[in-house]
Design a protein around this ligand. Sequence first.
Ligand code: FAD
Ligand code: SF4
Length: 455
Amino acid sequence: MREQDPKERIKNFNEVPYGYNEDEAVKEALRCLQCKKPLCVKGCPAEIDIPAFIKAISETRFNDAILIIKKTNNLPAVCGRVCPQEDQCEKLCVLRRKGNPINIGNLERFAADWELKNKSQKENTVLAKDCKGTKIAVIGAGPAGLACSADLAKMGYCVTLFEALHKPGGVLTYGIPEFRLPKNIVLKEVEEIEKLGIDLKYNYVIGKIKTIDKLREQGFKAFFISTGAGLPYFMGMEGENLNGVYSANEFLTRVNLMKAYKFPEYDTPINIGKKVAVVGAGNVAMDSARCALRLGAEKVYIVYRRTEDEMPARIDEIHHAKAEGVEFYLLTSPVKIIGDEKGEVKKLVCLKNKLGTPDESGRRRPVPIEGSEFEMDMDTVIIAIGNGPNPILLDTIKGIKLTRKGNIEAGTDTGQTNVEDIFAGGDIVTGSATVIAAMGAGKISAKAIDQYLNG
Ligand code: FAD
Ligand code: SF4
């Protein structure tokens, strides 16, 4: 797909890939073999009828294409952009054996963008039926909560979706940067979901403003918890409390949700200096590194304890970060941050590693090399080593079973917890995963809640 030149794009927050035009989309769609037993569908957690929507694009029936996708996926413009298709539908596409699978994600994005540009939203929206009177509370308006709310509303339930922040989307809004996922697109897709008749309440922290017990008293008959994994982990090393150390979560929230990159138009300042180290190598780390470059850092380093083969980030993300000039310090573990007399970050101290035997994740374990310690001059350190569940809500639910890491224990086929009217899904159950996995969990729980309420 055509994209902004790396030298230009590091000066702005505009989206990097341009998207297909109609000719490009039709040409790509025509490559599809329309398999009788399409393996690609097996790789899609939202079970989109992939050959059918691709056929519609190949015949320039673009509105039909988006209607097919929307039967099972309410966030197609989002998923077309950020889903790891290379590990899902595209991984199973038969043409992959020949080295060039169909670009299913790009085609999904094309169909969704075509609708946003060309079609009156009214014509395509399935408008809400009058709700049947049974009230359901969904907590957290990220992909899991949005997918669950949409399916429940379509079944005729009265859904109230409570969101702690002032905007919907969860990580789609506060985490993933504008240049990967424009926020107007997230908002437009959420507006469509709201039109199904969902009552979306912002600035509403369940666990603080109201508890689940209170909501039960108010007549809510079932609950879906989709509060994500928004509590950042730190390394526990010396110097992490210095000025200039951010969790990736705080850094990205300031940049994306609070629009620090538009300072002073938006009054959230962010001072990152010239040299920035990002610790970790997942999507969150790549997003932080690429934001730091765009905010004017001269040198941005990814510091990762293993090798590129073990990096959890999407291949596309790593490729984009490299093209933009992010430097990779691999087999390197930070051990200490040194500050100056004002309490600001001055140096990052690291150790070199070699790879040892595989750990429980199957990836080879980093083993520190004795005497390999070295220092790097640094102004900012961003810690992107993962997130856990926020306990605010969970602490107020009596008896709910949690895992050792504090995630909710929920049945994989239903999302039902040990408290029978409470269901849960997305990152709050699995830990940090993917947008489509969270949506899939929301859809599964919507069906299970319907079965639960009907005995
Ligand atoms: P979230 O998206 O975290 O949403 C949870 C929502 O619940 C939030 O809006 C939060 O404010 C709200 N909430 C929390 N507590 C309460 C409460 N007590 N009361 C009310 N509301 C509450 N996945 C991909 O597939 N592709 C990617 O490219 C990708 N990139 C990523 C980049 C970053 C920076 C991050 C952080 C994650 C990325 N992911 C990516 C992972 C993906 O975004 C998550 O797996 C997904 O968003 C999880 O969805 P969720 O609905 O479970 O939770
Ligand atoms: Fe088309 Fe590939 Fe799916 Fe076959 S597996 S229908 S070629 S996208």
